[in-house]
Design a protein. Sequence first.
Length: 82
Amino acid sequence: MATVDPAILALFFGLAVGLLILGIIEVFVLRGLKIAESPKHILYPVIANILTLLKALKARREHSQSQGRQATASGKGTQTGI
């Protein structure tokens, strides 16, 4: 079974707690003051930004992996027999 880096776990835990706090603020404060009528005002843009960030990180990781494969295939990526 693969292990997960503790920093990644902390990141996702922090995101979950942050979204929970935003939800609580929205429900009890903003709706109480009649500022926000639906969750779209706060939570949807936050979730959309997080998904965009995750897509960008995934694309960056895939790009760096493909660059590594190209360098290895051309013999420039690894040195053996040192």
